[in-house]
Design a protein around this ligand. Structure first.
Ligand SMILES: *[C@@H]1O[C@H](CO)[C@@H](O)[C@H](O)[C@H]1NC(C)=O
Ligand SMILES: *[C@@H]1O[C@H](CO)[C@@H](O)[C@H](O)[C@H]1NC(C)=O
Ligand SMILES: *[C@@H]1O[C@H](CO)[C@@H](O)[C@H](O)[C@H]1NC(C)=O
Ligand SMILES: *[C@@H]1O[C@H](CO)[C@@H](O)[C@H](O)[C@H]1NC(C)=O
Ligand SMILES: *[C@@H]1O[C@H](CO)[C@@H](O)[C@H](O)[C@H]1NC(C)=O
Ligand SMILES: *[C@@H]1O[C@H](CO)[C@@H](O)[C@H](O)[C@H]1NC(C)=O
Ligand SMILES: *[C@@H]1O[C@H](CO)[C@@H](O)[C@H](O)[C@H]1NC(C)=O
Ligand SMILES: *[C@@H]1O[C@H](CO)[C@@H](O)[C@H](O)[C@H]1NC(C)=O
Ligand SMILES: *[C@@H]1O[C@H](CO)[C@@H](O)[C@H](O)[C@H]1NC(C)=O
Length: 313
């Protein structure tokens, strides 16, 4: 039951888009010059972001229709995933922000995170700290909310101290009263200074206290920073909890040995292997979030090795 609810949240949160069309910077006429510049700028982002280590700023056109854009992927994202994420965010902004001059999307797309932002003036290096949105799992961490809160704060304060030169930090901390980990993931836009990044992230911690205390999962977005936490691994975070060794590799090794060496044993084992496969399948479908978490660990295996420290470097 708990797994069902967790996986429900996972499906919800992995499809969520934090795209925001701001009315505060005014509007442009549909199909006008600004609109055209915006589309040209956005279409150049996927290739330029991946070609520039996952972070790129650019402007297109002349005043007063000049568009300033920014695209960013989380450090270590494979080029293909980065490009797909930027493209998804850009398409979403074009579709949803039909006439707003300013727009932002912190997008979670196929287990990675990216940022696309544009505006009709230069915003590079300036701190955007107004909250865009918070989304949280409506479930509190029932077993011990006090423990959850304390552990959450300790984790986040530790992560803020650990923010890398790419304005990124991720890690886990185990609850005191159970074997459950809280997973935390924070990223600032890479154009802002570490000092301003810290300020932005601290504001997320302050917001948590009023919006999301005890919630077992959630995200908080501001123009310059993003925070997500869960009680399961996500967005390429490594699984610290040892999982039962039931992956396809061990099954196929077993199968090969059986086929090549002892055909008779194959017959005897065949039934056993068939059952093992079957139970693995059932396991992954019932725990949708677990299979998704395993998949994303695989996706990141080449780019992001298996601990939080290496993620940051
Ligand atoms: C922005 O303006 C549009 C109409 O142009 C309106 O539908 C929308 O609710 C406004 N959004 C905000 C956040 O005020
Ligand atoms: C951006 O657009 C708004 C609304 O059209 C306008 O008031 C503002 O002057 C523009 N800013 C720049 C730097 O062009
Ligand atoms: C904008 O251009 C597209 C394609 O050229 C067209 O289909 C659409 O109707 C135009 N929209 C407006 C509001 O002019
Ligand atoms: C950015 O992308 C555009 C179009 O994809 C390309 O023409 C341009 O050379 C790229 N610029 C850089 C600096 O990579
Ligand atoms: C547009 O916004 C809606 C409502 O926030 C969202 O459900 C939808 O996925 C967005 N479209 C795209 C293409 O991102
Ligand atoms: C912006 O577009 C919305 C519909 O997408 C429309 O209702 C609104 O009037 C437009 N606002 C301006 C200032 O053009
Ligand atoms: C921090 O952000 C503010 C507001 O955008 C800016 O004025 C200031 O220069 C930034 N500080 C640093 C150290 O980058
Ligand atoms: C909750 O966890 C705290 C440790 O963080 C512990 O002191 C307290 O006794 C626990 N409460 C319950 C009801 O287990
Ligand atoms: C911060 O980094 C140190 C040193 O790498 C590590 O031991 C610690 O666990 C990290 N803190 C968090 C909350 O991940």
């Amino acid at each position: 039951m708990v797994n069902l609810l967790v996986s429900f949240w996972f499906v919800f949160i992995s499809s969520i888009s934090a795209d925001t069309c701001f009315n505060r910077s005014g509007f442009f006429p549909t199909n006008g010059t600004y609109d055209l510049n915006r589309r040209v700028m956005l279409s150049s982002l996927p290739s330029n972001v991946t070609a520039n280590d996952g972070f790129y700023t650019t402007s297109t056109g002349q005043d007063p229709n000049r568009v300033y854009g920014l695209g960013m992927c989380v450090p270590g994202t494979e080029a293909r995933s980065c490009s797909d994420c930027i493209m998804a965010a850009s398409n979403g902004l074009v579709q949803n922000c039909t006439n707003q001059t300013e727009a932002i999307d912190w997008r979670m797309y196929r287990n990675t995170l990216c940022l696309v932002r544009y505006l009709n003036r230069s915003f590079y290096g300036s701190l955007g700290i107004d909250i865009i949105r918070d989304d949280y799992n409506t479930r509190d961490y029932q077993p011990n909310v006090t423990d959850f809160d304390r552990t959450w704060e300790a984790l986040m304060i530790g992560l803020i101290e650990n923010v890398s030169s790419e304005n990124f930090a991720a890690g886990t901390r185990m609850l005191e009263s159970s074997n459950t980990n809280i997973y935390g993931f924070m990223q600032c836009s890479r154009d802002i200074s570490l000092q301003n990044c810290t300020r932005c992230l601290q504001q997320n911690v302050i917001d948590y206290r009023s919006c999301c205390r005890g919630r077992q999962g959630g995200t908080i977005s501001r123009p310059s920073c993003f925070l997500r936490w869960e009680i399961f691994a996500f967005l390429g975070l490594p699984e610290n909890i040892p999982l039962p060794e039931k992956d396809e590799k061990s099954i196929s090794t077993g199968t090969i040995v059986a086929i090549v060496i002892v055909p008779i044993i194959l017959l005897a084992l065949g039934f056993g292997i068939w059952r093992k496969r079957k139970s693995y399948k059932a396991f992954t479908t019932e725990n949708g979030y677990l299979s998704a978490a395993k998949r994303l660990t695989k996706t990141y295996n080449t780019a992001l090795p298996d601990n939080g420290k290496e993620i940051r470097s």
